[in-house]
Design a protein around this ligand. Structure first.
Ligand SMILES: [Zn+2]
Length: 322
């Protein structure tokens, strides 16, 4: 029986880069958002670090979430109460923005991008079975033809018509010919453990379509020691912290850079991938990569196939025989 390695969600860089394993990482001080801290573990905003891997370009927050914190955070994800409580910390997360996000989630542009990426990678046009893992209502399955379609979604959410729904990971059967994992990997504390689980759910030589946001930005100008001292002070002034968060978020999203002494608040996205980092983590998690790049919807994607036998030789996997 394979036993997952002891993964420390508070020190995620303990074994090096989460994707390629490189030990030398650059570090900078960042802030955990008040909303995430309150909802996941009932705490105030706090300091964390963002690690950057010079080898593969992955950026990731040092702190992640435990299983219990993840369950707390994603319970009733994006329902009315979620929007109200998020608004208390992030007045810029308006109802209009929330609706725009939901509209994008269900847009045909996204499914067309999946269809095109799979076709371009030489993937089959028809599958015996297809699973959308963490897929909301399973709307992305409209991109593929399959005899049997299902969605795995732990948060309470009805599946689209003709799609079976699983909400309990323990009851999820394996042997899938195709798995879609869209906009999930950036949320998980241990991406390698997540992908090994996906590999275990796939049939031998089964296909994976993996998609994450393409989020890149230039770091904040200014001396790191001064910036760290400033961010610690900022934690004490909630209105100023909220204003600075708004400024930094707008600058990063709209302009692709942070203002001087700016910061990236840790919210739901714990990991920021590059094509090189996706390739690296897939290769270490039991997959061969067929294609990887930016899809038509502007998202970073990879199409990969499971090795016939999952490589248990990764330095992150501990296997015991019972
Ligand atoms: Zn790396």
């Amino acid at each position: 029986m394979a036993v997952a390695e002891a993964f420390d969600h508070l020190r995620r860089s303990a074994l090096g880069c989460l994707c390629c394993g490189a030990r030398e990482l650059r570090r900078e001080t960042q802030i955990v958002s008040g909303f995430l801290a309150a909802r996941a573990w009932g705490g105030p905003p706090q300091i964390t670090e963002l690690a950057t891997c010079p080898a593969c370009g992955l950026r990731f927050f040092e702190r992640g979430l435990s299983d219990a914190e993840t369950a707390r955070y994603y319970r009733g994800y994006r329902d009315a109460e979620y929007v109200r409580s998020r608004w208390r910390w992030e007045p810029f997360y308006t109802r209009g923005q929330h609706q725009a996000l939901l509209a994008w989630t269900h847009s045909p542009l996204r499914t067309e991008a999946v269809r095109a990426a799979l076709a371009q990678s030489g993937a089959p046009t028809h599958y015996a079975s297809a699973l959308d893992h963490g897929g909301d209502q399973g709307q992305m399955l409209a991109a593929v033809e399959a005899d049997r379609k299902a969605v795995y979604e732990p948060s309470a959410c009805a599946a689209a018509q003709g799609i079976a729904r699983y909400d309990d990971a323990a009851r999820l059967p394996g042997g899938w010919s195709l798995i879609l994992s869209c906009q999930v990997l950036e949320h998980v504390s241990s991406p390698a453990a997540y992908l090994r689980n996906i590999a275990a759910l796939l049939a031998d030589s089964g296909w994976l379509y993996l998609e994450v946001p393409n989020e890149q930005w230039r770091p904040a100008p200014g001396r790191e020691t001064l910036r760290a001292a400033w961010l610690k002070q900022l934690l004490r002034w909630r209105p100023l912290l909220m204003f600075a968060d708004l400024l930094c978020t707008a600058s990063r999203i709209k302009l692709g850079r942070l203002p001087p002494f700016g910061f990236v608040a840790m919210r739901e996205h714990l990991n920021f991938f590059t094509a090189a980092s996706l390739r690296a983590i897939l290769a270490r998690s039991g997959f061969t990569v067929d294609s990887c790049g930016i899809n038509r919807a502007g998202q970073l994607f990879a199409v990969a196939r499971k090795f016939a036998t999952v490589d248990a030789g990764s330095d992150r996997t501990v296997t015991t025989i019972t």
